[in-house]
Each structure stands twice: as C-alpha cells, then as structure tokens.
Ligand binder design. Structure first.
Ligand SMILES: *[C@@H]1O[C@H](CO)[C@@H](O)[C@H](O)[C@H]1NC(C)=O
Ligand SMILES: *[C@@H]1O[C@H](CO)[C@@H](O)[C@H](O)[C@H]1NC(C)=O
Ligand SMILES: *[C@@H]1O[C@H](CO)[C@@H](O)[C@H](O)[C@H]1NC(C)=O
Ligand SMILES: *[C@@H]1O[C@H](CO)[C@@H](O)[C@H](O)[C@H]1NC(C)=O
Ligand SMILES: *[C@@H]1O[C@H](CO)[C@@H](O)[C@H](O)[C@H]1NC(C)=O
Ligand SMILES: *[C@@H]1O[C@H](CO)[C@@H](O)[C@H](O)[C@H]1NC(C)=O
Length: 393
C-alpha cells in the first residue's frame, strides 16, 4: 500500500488518523449547512401570463383538450400547450436545468418544487375580476404561497419554502390578448391606443402586489409584433397599403410598440422605486420581428403563414377552421414555420427566441437568465465533494 511507505512510525499514524477525524468532523458539520444553502439556491420560477407561456393551465382548469398535431414535434402528445412543441418558458427552464413548470391548476402529476405556472391561455389583464386575468393569477399565487408555507411548516419537503419564494424569479408575459381586443374591435386606432395605459396599470399593480409580499426578482417580457400574426392578417381588409415591407400590419405593430414603450417605462419607474428588487425587461418584439424580417436567414418558410390552419397561402388561417379542427391543414413536419397556428409560434421559432433571450442582448439590464442562480452548480459541486469525503472517511 502506498501509505505504508509514508507512514513509518506510530506517531505519524496517529497524526493521519487525527486529520481524518478532523475532516470527518468538518464534513459532518458542512454537509447539512451547504445543503441548506443549496436548497435556498434551488431554481424556483413563478410565471404569469397567457397562451404564450401556458404549459397546460387552461386544459387543467377548463378540461379543454388540445389534441395532436399540438405537441407533435416534441412531446408527441397533448400537454395543453398551444404549440407543436416547447414554449419559450420551457426552453428557459431547460437553460437552468430545471423541469418544465407544472400548471398551478394541474392536480395530478404536478411537481411544485421548482415553482408553478399560473399562465392560462386567453388571459388578459382586463377585465381584472374575471378568470383568469393577471389579477386573479396573482391571487392564485398568494393562495399557493400561503398553503405551501403552511405545509412546509408541517414538515413538507416537496414545496417551496420562505427563502425559495424570496429568491424565486417572477415572470410576466401578458398583454397580447388585451391589445388584440383593443385593436380587434371596430374602434379607431386612437381609441385602441388610449386603452394601453390601463393595461400597463394592471401589470404595475401585479408587480406591486408581488413586491409588497416579498418577491424581488422580476423578469418581464414585452409583447411581440401583433400585426405579423396570420390571424390578424387573414381578417378582411380593403387594401394592402397598410402592410410594412415584411407583410405585417403596420397599425397593429405600432400599437404593440406603443404598449412596449409604456411597459419599458413602467419597468424603469419601478426599478427606481423598488431599489431592493431586480426588474429585467426583455424585448421579445425585436427578437420576433427580426425572425420574421430575416426569416430565410434563419431557415424558415413563409414567415406570415401558419403551418397548421386552413385555406392555404398566403396565411393558411381561417377563424372557423383553426388548428386542431378535423379539417385543418398542417404543413409537413420537416418544414420550418415561424407561426404554428396563426397565433402561436412554433417550437423551432421559440428555440431561436429563447436563445436570443439568453444572450442578454435584448434585456434591460443585460442580466443572464441564470443570474439569480449563478452559484447553484458551484454549490452542488461542493456538496458532492463533501459527500465523497464523508464516504471515504
Ligand atoms: C408519436 O406517437 C404516435 C402514436 O402514439 C407514434 O405512432 C409515433 O411514432 C410517435 N412519434 C414520435 C416522434 O415519437
Ligand atoms: C446546466 O447543465 C449544463 C450541462 O450539464 C451545464 O453546462 C450548465 O452550466 C448547467 N446550467 C446551470 C444554470 O446550472
Ligand atoms: C364596424 O363598423 C362598420 C362601419 O364602420 C359597421 O358596418 C360594422 O357593422 C361594424 N362591425 C362591428 C362588429 O361592430
Ligand atoms: C387604402 O387605404 C389607405 C389608408 O387607409 C387609403 O388612404 C386609400 O385611399 C385606400 N385605397 C383604396 C384603393 O381603397
Ligand atoms: C435583419 O438582419 C439584419 C442583419 O443582421 C439586421 O441589421 C436587421 O435589423 C434585421 N431586421 C430586423 C427587422 O430586425
Ligand atoms: C365563419 O363562419 C361564419 C358563420 O358561418 C361566416 O359568416 C364567416 O364568413 C366565416 N369566416 C370565414 C373566415 O370563413
């Protein structure tokens, strides 16, 4: 044995034994301490929003089933997502090596250790007292939080604790349905634009309610180019002079940009008011608009045509025969479309959008999505070595 040559006499042997005992004691003390520190660093995300980030909430809440071809590229089964695969939120979870968020309303098979998803397809900020508005989603979160803390106090290990709620990322991606309603009615452009401040006020209220109860890390997505959605483009219009160079409806995009500008201002305002909070604003609009404008460079087919819909070119969208209808027409699986169903982006498009979000280039401030969990892998490495040490001793 290699040690044999080194440990010559009795005193050296005792000294080595002493070191082992010391290490054992240190490891025995540090493992629980580090584990506690690590559990506080566990990734926890709470998400609020609409179908852009609904991982099955509407399905769970109202019993809706989104059958294949929904999910066909990635899950190959109905998950309640309105997409052929993963949403931006799913890809962001993948980047943190955490599992996809369970919908708050999903009673079977849910795992709430890494947070919960309150987003529900079709949600808007207004009317605020109607399920499942942003306000209602925040109330659901409050109930989830108090119930979790109650159970943690009783010894539950599979729920987020006080520290976890404090360190969690609070994501909000909402407004598209509010804008869609505002601009979809017969109202004039000016009247629709005038509705934006009240949408922003609801988002402000949601952030305030969360901040007042201890949430500190906010990750806010702005809204995409509404006027590039095949659903909007397929509506009858008198002439095409209102299309931009990429074939999107200018008025709707101006509306989306106005919303985004006010949302960005709100984030600036809250950042100076809540000096104890981190508020990241991410420009999804620019990412998606670039994807559409430069679609061929990203390898996509017809940027404003839905893969799954009805009617064929130029938009393959018909409000009466949408994706999932037995008569719908679906593009071949090996074709890359930006729009999955005329309203929602495809797995392929979301993959690019998520990678751009992760680049920090579109965020203000330019923080990485793993900013709040930087030390997580380091902490796991330390635990691993301490456990190894413990085992050897
Ligand atoms: C998806 O599921 C269907 C039916 O269960 C099966 O025939 C098909 O091979 C599956 N496709 C993939 C990619 O797993
Ligand atoms: C996730 O896992 C990958 C591969 O194991 C690793 O490179 C990456 O640093 C991990 N990310 C985080 C945030 O832990
Ligand atoms: C929209 O306005 C036009 C005329 O301005 C009117 O004919 C039409 O009925 C209106 N549609 C709705 C849904 O209110
Ligand atoms: C097309 O729309 C523009 C702007 O709304 C209007 O000024 C123009 O007269 C319209 N042209 C035709 C041919 O209807
Ligand atoms: C398209 O790509 C070019 C080159 O990367 C870029 O300068 C331009 O801003 C992009 N277009 C849009 C609308 O983002
Ligand atoms: C959808 O159905 C309604 C009622 O049958 C009809 O009036 C409308 O034109 C249809 N819309 C489209 C886009 O075909």
């Amino acid at each position: 044995m290699a040690w044999g040559g080194v440990i010559g006499g009795r005193w050296e042997w005792i000294s080595v034994m002493g070191w082992w005992l010391l290490l054992l004691a240190v490891a025995g003390y540090l493992v629980p301490a580090t584990e506690a520190a690590c559990s506080a660093e566990r990734v926890v995300i709470f998400n609020f929003g609409d179908s852009n980030s609904d991982t099955g909430g509407l399905s769970a809440g109202l019993g809706y089933i989104f059958p294949l071809p929904e999910g066909r590229i990635f899950f190959n089964r109905s998950t309640g997502r309105v997409c052929d695969g993963r949403l931006i939120l799913d890809l962001l979870c993948e980047s943190l090596n955490t599992s996809y968020l369970s919908p708050y309303l999903e009673s079977l098979g849910s795992d709430f250790r890494n947070g919960a998803n309150f987003a529900i397809s079709g949600s808007a900020t207004q009317p605020r007292n109607q399920p499942f508005s942003l306000f209602i989603q925040v109330l659901q979160f409050f109930r989830f939080k108090s119930k979790s803390l109650e159970l943690v106090a009783q010894g539950s290990k599979n729920l987020v604790n006080e520290e976890g709620f404090k360190n969690a990322i609070y994501m909000i991606d909402i407004g598209q349905n509010d804008l869609s309603a505002a601009f979809g009615s017969n109202a004039s452009f000016d009247i629709a634009i005038a509705k934006i401040p009240s949408i922003i006020a609801e988002i402000k209220n949601a952030i305030k309610m969360l901040h007042d109860t201890g949430s500190r890390n906010f990750w806010i997505h702005n809204t995409g180019p509404l006027g590039c959605l095949p659903q909007k483009l397929a509506l009858p219009r008198k002439n095409d002079t209102n299309l931009d160079p990429y074939g999107c409806l200018s008025a709707l995009n101006i509306g989306a940009m106005e919303f985004n500008s006010q949302l960005s201002n709100l984030c600036d305002e809250l950042r100076s008011e809540y000096t104890d909070a981190t508020i990241v604003y991410t420009d999804i609009y620019s990412i998606k608009y670039d994807l559409i404008a430069n679609s061929t460079e990203y390898g996509f087919e017809s940027p404003v045509m839905a893969c799954c819909g009805y009617g064929g070119p130029p938009y393959n969208y018909n409000a009466n025969i949408t994706c999932g209808n037995s008569n719908c027409q679906v593009c071949s699986e090996n074709l890359k479309y930006i729009s999955w169903d005329g309203v929602h982006y495809s797995d392929a498009a979301n993959t690019i959008v998520a990678s751009k979000i992760l680049s920090t280039e579109y965020s203000n401030p330019k923080l990485k999505f793993d900013y709040f969990y930087r030390n997580h892998s380091l902490c796991l490495t330390i635990v691993f070595f301490l456990l190894l040490l413990n085992f050897l001793c």
